[in-house]
Design a protein around this ligand. Structure first.
Ligand code: PLP
Length: 441
């Protein structure tokens, strides 16, 4: 991978080809093109067209001086992070290539990969919170994210204030005022505004632009700016780019659309280096970086993420067109068929497509949903989403079972809700499957 250098004089040879090709004949190269080679130079790996999987726990330094310089970067004594490869809890070639390519989709300056979406979320929140601080978050959140804030961070003196997705600017102003007062009373600060949009499983959208304006008005944009993080798992990276609407940090469960084949678990965050650096430092300490094999699989997945998400999106539109008029169907939480004016306005400003995960409300409660799920023949009865295959589940009794019954009702996670993630099968086969399963209801 590396050439011998005089480490005291010369920077370590870069893993990345220089210069990276980002424009061709005056036009900007698109993310789908960059997924094939960005951040990897075959010449550094015996000409191997694809990056090898680097199964090593540690990396040999060119010299003691180079080792010292790398550790100055790792420990933060030298700004800008590690210049070279050090130890596989900190970094590795497969993970760095993955991070470079993930950053491209969101227009982020930097990205970090993790062993799961929840590891990404937990390390992110821990990096920004101290005792006495307040996290402001939208609802609903993925149940484990909500649980981490309410049940784990609370043990360390961090409290929260939540607000419903779709809250207006006026409502957000009131929420942030309340959070500011709560933080002052606790002797802390508002540490982070954490959003999930669309929310799992209802698809409720958060007005990120309004959150940014409310944040700027309440806490300013100076050195003590409160970061806005957003879980973009449901629509990203193709159908929504929240950094463009004023979010600072974008969060993913890569397990879903990015991985896309239901065969791995991973997560990531992306944003400006100033937001990534404290999280990288905590990841260096705690571990939680994605392993090289998973990073390699994600590189393969990223080559087709646009194709897969487009096809799944087209399929979802056809399936929902069929479902919306079915006698057994009480409603759809599909972003291509929004009924609410406020939600439609947010969608028009923030989203580039409706995606392929939606909620299906059946006439009848848990019994009807269970009969439907048990009758599916092509779609699989499993939690998770964003894979090549269609999945269906019952959030109230599965992913969101740990959410108190009252809060589930408040958030619209009723017993009649089935969550469906449409895959890339033939759309007419899926429609036939849903038709026969609805007959069974
Ligand atoms: N965020 C959302 C919206 C999710 O749906 C999930 C998992 O379902 C997660 C985060 C957690 O991701 P992981 O399962 O990769 O830890």
């Amino acid at each position: 991978m590396t050439d011998a250098v005089d480490a005291a004089e010369t920077p370590t040879p870069r893993r990345k080809p220089k210069p990276e090709i980002t424009t061709i004949a005056g036009r900007e190269v698109k993310p789908s093109t960059l997924m094939m080679g960005h951040g990897y130079d075959p010449a550094l790996s015996e000409g191997s067209l694809k990056a090898p999987i680097f199964l090593t726990s540690t990396f040999a330094f060119e010299s003691a001086a180079a080792g010292k310089r790398h550790f100055e970067g790792i420990t933060g004594q030298r700004p800008g992070g590690a210049e070279g490869l050090v130890y596989s809890r900190f970094n590795g070639p497969n993970q760095e290539i993955l991070e470079d390519r993930l950053a491209i989709w969101d227009g982020a300056e930097d990205a970090l990969c993790f062993s799961s979406g929840m590891t990404a979320i937990c390390v992110l929140m821990l990096a920004f919170c101290s005792a006495g601080d307040v996290i402001v978050h939208s609802g609903p959140l993925y149940a484990a994210s909500e649980g981490f804030v309410a049940k784990v961070l609370s043990k360390f003196g961090v409290t929260y204030v939540d607000f419903p997705a779709g809250a207006t600017r006026e409502e957000l102003d009131a929420v942030l005022a309340k959070a500011g007062k709560q933080a002052a009373d606790q002797g802390g600060k508002v540490a982070m505004i954490y959003l999930e949009s669309p929310g799992n499983p209802t698809n409720a959208l958060v007005d990120v632009e309004a959150v940014r304006d409310a944040r700027d008005a309440a806490f300013g944009t100076g050195d003590n700016m409160v970061p806005i993080a957003i879980d973009n798992t449901f629509l990203g990276p193709l159908w929504q780019r929240p950094l463009d609407q004023g979010a600072d940090i974008v969060v993913y469960s890569l397990t879903k659309y990015v991985g896309g084949h239901s065969d791995l678990v991973a997560g990531s965050i992306g944003g400006a280096k100033k937001w990534m650096d404290p999280v990288r430092a905590l990841r260096n300490t705690m571990g939680g970086i994605c392993d090289p094999n998973t990073a390699w699989m994600l590189l393969r997945s990223l080559e087709t993420v646009e194709l897969r998400m487009q096809r799944a999106g087209e399929n979802a539109a056809k399936v929902c067109d069929f479902l919306q008029n079915h006698a057994q169907v009480d409603g759809l939480g599909y972003l291509g068929m929004i009924q609410d004016e406020r939600q439609q306005d947010i969608y028009d400003r923030h989203c580039l497509g409706a995606g392929s995960t939606f909620s299906l409300f059946l006439k009848g409660g848990e019994d009807a949903c269970f009969r439907f799920l048990d009758s599916l023949k092509i779609a699989k009865l499993a939690v998770s989403l964003g894979g090549t295959e269609t999945l269906a589940s019952h959030p109230a009794s599965m992913t969101h079972l740990s959410v108190a019954h009252g809060r589930r009702q408040e958030l619209g996670i009723t017993d009649s809700l089935v969550r469906i993630s449409i895959g890339i099968e033939d759309a007419d086969d899926l429609i036939a499957d849903f038709d026969q399963a609805l007959e069974a209801v």
